[in-house]
Design a protein around this ligand. Structure first.
Ligand code: NAP
Length: 282
């Protein structure tokens, strides 16, 4: 079984991106800039943002974090986004989720210019992705896609099963696999025979949030299995896939941690660079 090493893949991607940023600097005499807005004091959000900032600097991006207290008014955030949309030194804007309850998430997402939407959550990017046009793609499914392509460069005609239909993971993952000419089944909490559906997959991507939901006898021999889940349990952090069981059947499998997770931030940097390149073309 191939253990898909997300840490190594993310380090390789960051290396490529670092070279690309250096090239872009030579051509344009400036580097792509990522601005993150962080609201409140949630510990996981603070850790994510710190890691994003560190990785951005490592590849040579201009990186800014704008911090607001939990009580900040929605209007202040929308005005700041408007200012960043107009700022040419900012290629990508990310508002760290979750937001405090009094701030309308969708309003914030839609306020970000689609060309600077490095999370790929703006409806225009969602629509472009599903229409097969150029768009920002949400970072986690993009990371999954790049890992899958390392194992299966030609996905055409493969049967893919995506477990979970969130806007963050399952839906964009489905679009990416469809674009590669996979035959895709997207499953969810109301799917009648989840095990039966999973068993059909040459590729299985689990993005559910239930520890070890996908069992060894749910997976076809030699399937490629991508585990997006991050679940805190008494055993520690586990994924949505029963790792030990599935590793006996699958051709390739991502571990948790050390699989999809590290690719997410690397893909955020990739998206920032893509936004910069598109803005320079205009
Ligand atoms: P989410 O928004 O809660 O969506 C979960 C999806 O799973 C929903 O579509 C839900 O179906 C489906 N589901 C729930 N119970 C199910 C069941 N018993 N059988 C089949 N499907 C079921 O979750 P998410 O944001 O996509 O995140 C999923 C997991 O990925 C979480 O563990 C999260 O922590 C992790 N995650 C990891 C990364 C990373 O960088 N590695 C990034 C983001 C998220 P319904 O639509 O029918 O409710």
């Amino acid at each position: 079984m191939i253990l898909i090493d997300g840490k190594k893949a993310a380090a390789e991607l960051r290396n490529e991106l670092k070279k690309e940023v250096a090239e872009l600097k030579k051509i344009h005499n400036k580097v792509p800039g990522l601005t993150v807005i962080l609201i409140g004091e949630l510990a996981p959000s603070k850790i994510y943002v710190k890691n994003k900032e560190k990785s951005a600097v490592e590849v040579g991006l201009k990186s800014d974090v704008i911090r607001y207290p939990e009580t900040v008014e929605e209007k202040t955030i929308l005005e700041k986004i408007d200012e960043l949309n107009k700022d040419e030194s900012v290629s990508g804007i990310l508002v760290q989720l979750p937001l405090p309850k009094h701030i309308d998430k969708q309003k914030v997402i839609e306020a970000i210019s689609p060309g600077k939407d490095v999370d790929g959550f703006h409806p225009m990017n969602v629509g472009n992705l599903s229409s097969g046009y150029e768009s920002s793609v949400p970072c986690t499914p993009l990371g999954c896609y790049l890992l899958i392509k390392k194992i299966e460069p030609n996905l055409s005609g493969k049967k893919a099963v995506v477990v979970g239909r969130s806007n963050l993971n399952g839906k964009p993952m489905t679009q990416l696999l469809l674009k590669e000419n996979c035959t895709v089944t997207i499953t969810h909490s109301k799917t009648a025979d989840l095990k039966g559906e999973c068993l059909k997959g040459d590729i299985v991507v689990a993005a559910v949030g239930i520890p070890e939901l996908v069992k060894g006898d749910w997976v076809k021999k030699d399937a490629v299995v991508i585990d997006v889940g991050i679940n805190k349990t008494e055993k520690g952090i586990v994924g949505d896939v029963a790792f030990e069981e599935v590793s006996k059947v699958a051709k390739a499998l991502t571990p948790v941690p050390g699989g999809v997770g590290p690719m997410t931030i690397a893909c955020l940097l990739k998206n920032t660079i893509e936004c910069f390149k598109r803005s320079q073309k205009k």
